[in-house]
Design a protein around this ligand. Structure first.
Ligand code: HEM
Length: 273
């Protein structure tokens, strides 16, 4: 895998090293490492219990509302949600590898359809879990994840429409924005861990209602989206200085993501598999 995506990156100059696309590749690799750990957790923790019908096993992990005795519909929704979660997390990583897109365009198209269907099901199902089943600790968190669901739905529609219309430059931009917001629930876990390691948990409330909780409720989707937007804009039209600045931002993000992912594995994923 040479670059994260040459088509998202500015053209490679013959003489200058393209630091921006190198930094984007490193950032992608650290996201991939963290999302593979998340996928492994879902596969080893949620798949065996969901497929065997041992739903009560979910509650060995702290959840707001996992298995509820007598709530067959809610439990089935939850099972479908966590099983789809592995598909979207792994599928997104595959979509962004240029070598796969170039060598196996059919795989890119089918995986892309699966990714869009899982994005649709996770956001609509997630909205039902939040508001229908009443899975929330505070309203700010519920509104934050609702905003994420709406962004996923909007960007998925744009990625689909532009692909159907064969407007591939635009399609790649919408697909990257979709990846940023569809990764929000993972960013949230990694963000909590990185912040916890750096500050000892400053601003985190008991009911996830501290200042940092309220910030992360919206930043989990808006922050990665802002970084993606800067990368796209500066990559297309930025001055060399702006490109160097975004390359540094991507490198820093990659380091924070690696630290947060290692923390998430040690604290919230690894102990349950
Ligand atoms: C699109 C990517 C998404 C992924 C990969 C994902 C993944 C997950 C996972 C793995 C869980 C189990 C909790 C855990 O062990 O951490 C979960 C639970 C949940 N998700 Fe999602 N989710 C996504 C989107 C959404 C959206 C958009 C919403 C809301 C609009 C949502 C609402 C929920 C709710 C309410 C729960 C139950 C939480 C609890 O009981 O503690 N999810 N999700």
């Amino acid at each position: 895998m040479a670059t994260v995506d040459a088509s998202f990156a500015p053209a490679r100059s013959a003489r200058r090293i393209d630091w921006l696309s190198r930094a984007a590749t490193l950032c992608y690799l650290s996201i991939a490492a963290g999302q593979l750990l998340f996928t492994a957790f879902i596969l080893f923790f949620y798949y065996p219990s969901s497929l065997s019908g041992d739903f009560a096993a979910w509650n060995t992990k702290p959840l707001i509302k996992g298995f509820v005795a007598g709530d067959a519909g809610g439990n089935l929704f939850f099972a479908a949600h966590v099983m789809m979660a592995a598909i979207i997390t792994f599928g997104g990583l595959v979509q962004l590898v240029p070598a796969i897109r170039n060598r196996w365009p059919g795989l890119h198209r089918w995986n892309g359809r699966l990714y869009l269907v899982s994005a649709l099901m996770l956001s609509l199902g997630g909205l039902w879990l939040t508001w229908g089943r009443g899975t929330w600790l505070n309203l700010t968190g519920a509104f934050g994840i609702t905003l994420d669901a709406l962004l996923i739905l909007a960007f998925a529609a744009m990625a689909y429409r532009t692909a159907r219309a064969r407007r591939f430059v635009e399609h790649r931009r919408w697909a990257l924005r979709l990846f940023a917001v569809a990764s929000a629930v993972w960013f949230m876990r990694v963000g909590y861990m990185a912040w916890g390691i750096a500050t000892g948990g400053a601003g985190i409330g008991r009911a996830m209602d501290g200042p940092f909780d309220l910030f992360l409720a919206f930043a989990n989707s808006l922050l990665p989206l802002a970084v993606t937007e800067l990368y796209l804009r500066v990559g297309a039209r930025g001055t060399p200085r702006a490109k160097a600045g975004i390359a540094a931002l991507l490198l820093l993000s990659g380091i924070v993501i690696l630290i947060g992912s290692a923390g998430a594995w040690m604290m919230i994923w690894g102990p349950y598999i």
